[in-house]
Design a protein around this ligand. Structure first.
Ligand code: DBV
Length: 250
């Protein structure tokens, strides 16, 4: 059972159609990682596969796909725009664990409390959000400090039924990604130095939060050890700081 494989295939096909796509380098040893976990009947192979792309406006489009049997399926798919665009992040965290499904889908704003920014990048998504929220009610508690990073169109839900993931969640994922690519089509480069500095600060704030609080850290530590995990997080999943240290343009 590979619940999120169709999501991944859809996303890759769509970005290939709509963007001038190039691959994004994945550090050696991180494209494919597997481990045997559990004992006896519980024994399972857990495979993590990584995907990376880039386009003229998008610095990194990347996915981590974790497959470890029926009760362990994760697709974390994030798009990080180049620092000279005010585009939000596309963020999808699709998680199936023994306890159930946990779905987070959003266009995560750079400037959440800026009304003009909201009008540009959140308001247009609200009708899409409302369409799917009818079937996918609010998922309840989530870390208070994370709320600063989500938009009013944050779809956060814990569907009880497997089928809801294959239908409503999949449709919502497609609609959000299409709408995101519409934003990308229209985005114009930012040139004003103050605006550029604000974008960089906001991207770094987001990135540091996600790297520091990555909810998958515990899971990856258990499967693959902490050395691999930290390198995966800082060297691939949330790599902006590293890139700023080494590259002259990002
Ligand atoms: N989450 C990631 C990456 C993952 C991943 C890179 C590759 O950012 C998986 C894997 N998310 C993942 C797993 C869990 C969650 C949970 C395995 C379950 C952890 C567990 O229960 O042990 C949205 N993801 C979550 C939660 C939230 C998100 C709110 C619940 C965490 C909790 O209750 O503590 N997406 C996540 C998030 C941000 C985001 C926190 C912040 C900006 O964009």
């Amino acid at each position: 059972m590979t619940l999120y494989q169709p999501f991944l295939e859809y996303a890759i096909e769509l970005i290939q159609q709509r963007l001038e796509l190039q691959s994004y380098p994945i550090p050696a040893g991180f494209e494919h990682k597997s481990a045997i976990v559990g004992k006896g009947k519980q024994e399972n192979e857990v495979v993590t596969t990584s995907y990376g792309y880039q386009s003229p406006k998008l610095r990194q489009i990347r996915a981590a796909h974790v497959q470890g049997g029926n009760a362990l399926q994760v697709l974390n798919f994030v798009i990080f725009p180049h620092l000279n665009y005010d585009l939000p992040f596309f963020g999808a965290d699709l998680v199936t664990l023994p306890g159930g499904h946990l779905i987070a889908l959003d266009m995560q704003p750079l400037f959440r409390d800026d009304r003009e920014y909201q009008a540009k990048y959140s308001d247009p998504i609200l009708p899409i959000f409302e369409t799917y929220q009818q079937h996918l009610p609010w998922g309840g508690d989530f870390p208070e400090e994370a709320s600063a990073f989500f938009s009013p169109a944050f779809l956060w839900t814990r569907p009880k039924e497997h089928e809801a993931v294959e239908t409503h969640v999949f449709e919502a994922f497609k609609a959000y990604l299409q709408a995101y690519l519409d934003f990308v089509d229209r985005a114009e480069p930012v040139t004003e130095p103050q605006a550029l500095a604000a974008i960089k600060q906001s991207q770094l704030r987001y990135l540091r939060y996600r790297a520091e609080k990555d909810p998958a850290r515990g899971m990856f530590n258990r499967f693959y050890g902490s050395e691999w995990t930290e390198e995966y997080i800082h060297g691939f999943l949330f790599d902006l700081e590293r890139q700023l240290e080494t590259a002259d343009s990002v």
